[in-house]
Design a protein around this ligand. Structure first.
Ligand code: FUC
Length: 791
């Protein structure tokens, strides 16, 4: 009897534990504690430091002892001020440019465009660092047992070590619910914590001072001169940061421009930071008041309250997807050690970590209400960062958002949509002034001030399909989420006006009679020209999406019909003399050219006009990718992983991924830094996002539809032999589906599909198709032969 009772208790206990795990958002078999980057030493270089962020406020934690450096950013701190970059009257030269290009006089056309057709000023503005938070501890002894980690599942950096017999622990996170950076410090001996904290700011026009007993204030303005454009900035951005120290035990006092803490048990440092930026046309906010308001809101909240709120918010998003690709030999090694080892060995654990890291970085650099993730997300320590750390849209900013939908972070896409609303306003002016056209246009870059005119040089700056491509992100968001209201209110108006621009802009090619794009270029390749293939693919896709959207919404019938007519007249994809897909109208591709851009393969990924049904073009596109080769810079590898996945070649996709999963410069031009930031080089975040999206694309694809318009969910379409066993939970598919997959010995063993809106789809695995119908909120589990397992 007592045995029975014990057994019963055990059963009840086991059931309770199970429900507690489920309640905590965990599912059986997942192990979220694996998502940790860790090191045995502090960071020396910026690319060894570990990033935290809430979408707006980001920091790089070096984890030093006795001196800590926390370099931080706020996503609206840029050089410059509101301005219209478009050039009135530029459109008067459009016809001449086209004529020169049709006559093959490219250099003359580029020269004329440099004089008459470019942005005013020629360059856009750089993203700026904010400051460093410096902490100097009074440990005189050497540090032992040091460990520094970034826990992706908790969204926090932690540093632990012992010095002089005392154990120290530091936790740093950027809270989205409370909009503060939190640095929590503790010692395992009462009164064991003494340190000095101060701001170090790279902006010359800035001052720090102590306020009251426990606050430090940093105020400043960015420089009033842009040395590259040689222009004065009349109203340079104002910024302010406020640091508050809350100590338990011990004392806090001001000394010069620092706070000094002595003999405390534990201390919480709260950092608020803001600028005067309101939107791309207004900069009148009071940054000091913004900081005070944030600190006022957390006045009654202790560290535990802030931590719990942060964790809840973070894990609700992060845990939507889990991935197990099997454990690698590197699992017991520190992250920098496993990265070095990965140069010569497969490490599925590292691949899964990099996948989750991309999701983490997106959550940390792009949240509703913030700026979109720029070339470095939100992390930048330099006043003159590479490519100004702005938004390049002939591949880079789009790639940043490739993981958003499929890896179940659709709300992280929103900042891009907010930026689009502003780009429409600015892009209308550029459409009018440069092309005398209706609608809106964006060239190959934008910045905080939403410049849309062509920048830098006419040989690559005049590229007209940035806005069209970004508008398709709205359409993808709709396809994945099936939110009709979003389509009607947010997506369609932007997409429609983007399409309207091309109705006015497309021109008839005198040689072929087709409608073509130009002046434009195949991104950064071959100079200014008429009719780059990529433009035509993007414009066709945009026209198709707008016309489908109009039909779904029951609106603009005549406009949709016009787009259909025009779409049929746009120059088609062509197969060239080498069996390649032509990058231009002319058959001039060089098979030895290894250029990093693979623009004409846009229609394979992220587009889908060329796919496994369009056999000849599919084969030609594949041949073009073979010519471009497997080695490349960061984002280029990110793109190629996705392309090989769409070519249904998992081993080739994996080969590229392995080139990326290696220390910088060891195997290809790109690679990863010790903190797993992807290298272009230097660091550029798009490669991280491209890798995450690529891994998802290897496991699940949903860009195809059957004759009835049902989405085809292609399961494990490009599973590499290096990942024979694994499972993934929570990927999203177009049509409003969520998918879990498990496989063993390289074969699918189980698939679960859930549908929020309640829809039909077709499952496809190894040539076998299985239509399924789900009720609203329903789910279905099938085995590897796509036979039903239960509901
Ligand atoms: C594009 C690329 C470059 C770089 C820059 C930010 O211009 O061609 O390689 O990534 O963006």
């Amino acid at each position: 009897m007592p045995g029975m009772k014990r057994m019963l208790c055990l059963l009840v206990w086991a059931a309770w534990c199970r429900s507690a795990w489920v309640w905590a958002g965990l599912q059986e078999g997942t192990d979220d504690s694996r998502w940790v980057l860790w090191y045995r030493q502090p960071a020396r270089e910026w690319t060894e430091a570990l990033p935290v962020g809430n979408g707006r406020l980001g920091a790089m934690v070096f984890g030093g002892a006795p001196e800590e450096r926390i370099q931080f950013n706020e996503d609206t701190l840029w050089l410059g001020e509101p301005r219209d970059y478009s050039r009135p009257g530029a459109w008067r030269h459009l016809e001449t440019l086209r004529r020169l290009l049709f006559e093959g006089r490219q250099r003359e056309a580029e020269g004329l465009a440099m004089r008459e057709f470019m942005s005013v000023p020629l360059r856009q503005m750089p993203y700026q660092p904010f400051a460093d938070l410096m902490i100097r501890f009074d440990h005189r002894e050497t540090v032992e047992g040091y460990r520094r980690e970034l826990n992706l599942d908790e969204g926090a950096v932690r540093v632990r070590y012992r010095a002089g017999g005392t154990g120290y622990e530091r936790t740093v996170f950027s809270s989205a619910p409370h909009q503060v950076l939190v640095v929590h410090l503790q010692a395992d001996r009462p009164g064991g914590l003494s340190f000095r904290v101060w701001f170090r700011c790279p902006h010359t026009n800035s001052q720090a001072r102590v306020q009251g007993v426990n606050r430090l204030i940093l105020q400043g303005r960015v420089r009033n001169f842009d040395e590259r454009n040689k222009i004065e900035i009349r109203n340079p951005m104002r910024f302010e940061a406020v640091l508050e120290a809350r100590a338990r035990g011990g004392t806090v006092r001001g000394e010069g421009d620092a706070l000094v803490v002595e003999n405390a048990d534990r201390v919480t440092l709260l950092l608020a930071a803001a600028t005067c930026y309101v939107n791309f046309q207004e900069v009148w906010a009071d940054p000091g008041e913004r900081c005070t308001r944030v600190l006022e809101e957390v006045r009654r909240k202790g560290f535990e309250d802030l931590w719990r709120a942060h964790l809840r918010d973070h894990q609700e998003r992060f845990r939507r997807v889990s991935l197990d690709l099997g454990h690698g030999p590197g699992d017991e090694l520190a992250t920098d050690e496993s990265l070095r080892r990965a140069r010569d060995h497969d490490d599925p654990g590292l691949a899964a970590l990099v996948f989750q890291y991309g999701r983490y970085l997106l959550m940390a650099s792009s949240r509703p209400g913030t700026q979109p993730a720029n070339l470095q997300g939100i992390w930048n320590e330099s006043l003159r960062p590479p490519w100004d750390s702005k938004y390049t849209c002939n591949i880079n900013v789009e790639m940043n958002y490739w993981p958003a939908e499929v890896t179940n972070l659709p709300e992280c896409h929103e900042p891009l949509f907010d930026a689009l609303d502003e780009l429409v306003v600015s892009g209308r002016r550029t459409a009018r002034n440069h092309y005398n056209a209706r609608g809106w246009v964006l060239h190959h870059n934008f910045d905080l001030w939403r410049g849309t005119a062509p920048i830098n040089h006419s040989d690559h700056g005049i590229w007209v399909t940035g806005g069209a491509w970004l508008s398709l992100h709205l359409w993808e968001h709709y396809l994945f989420g099936q939110d009709r209201d979003f389509l009607a209110r947010r997506a369609y108006p932007v997409m429609k006006e983007a399409a309207l621009f091309f109705v006015d802009y497309l021109v008839e090619d005198p040689r072929t009679g087709y409608l073509i794009s130009g002046p434009s270029n195949s991104p950064e390749h071959g100079g200014l020209g008429m009719g780059p293939t990529m433009d035509h693919q993007i414009i066709r896709s945009l026209f198709a999406a707008v016309s489908e959207a109009a039909r779904i919404l029951g609106t603009d019938e005549a406009f949709a019909a016009e787009l259909d007519r025009l779409r049929a007249r746009i120059a088609p994809n062509r197969v060239g003399r080498l069996g390649q897909l032509q990058e231009w109208l002319e058959d001039k591709d060089d098979p030895n050219n290894k250029h990093r851009h693979v623009s004409h393969l846009w229609a394979v990924y992220p587009g889908c006009e060329i796919n496994w049904r369009t056999t000849n073009l599919f084969q030609a596109a594949r041949q073009s990718l073979v010519f471009r080769g497997d080695e490349a810079t960061g984002w280029s590898m990110g793109w190629k992983i996705n392309l090989w996945a769409r070519f249904l070649d998992g081993d080739h996709a994996y080969k590229i991924l392995r080139n990326l999963l290696a220390p910088v410069g060891s195997r290809a031009d790109g690679g990863l830094y010790p903190n797993l930031f992807d290298a272009h080089p230097p660091f550029q975040i798009d490669g991280n996002f491209g890798a995450t999206a690529g891994i998802a694309e290897m496991l699940l694809q949903s860009h195809m539809r059957d004759e009835q318009g049902r989405f085809i969910l292609h399961l494990l379409p490009a599973l590499p032999s290096a990942w024979p066993d694994g499972r993934v939970r929570g990927l999203r598919a177009r049509g409003g589906f969520e998918v879990d997959l498990a496989w063993q010995g390289g074969r699918l063993t189980e698939v679960t599909v859930r549908s929020r809106p309640g829809r039909e789809c077709v499952l496809l695995y190894e040539g076998r198709e299985r239509p399924i119908q789900l009720r609203r909120g329903g789910s279905l589990t099938l085995d590897g032969r796509l036979e039903r397992k239960g509901t």
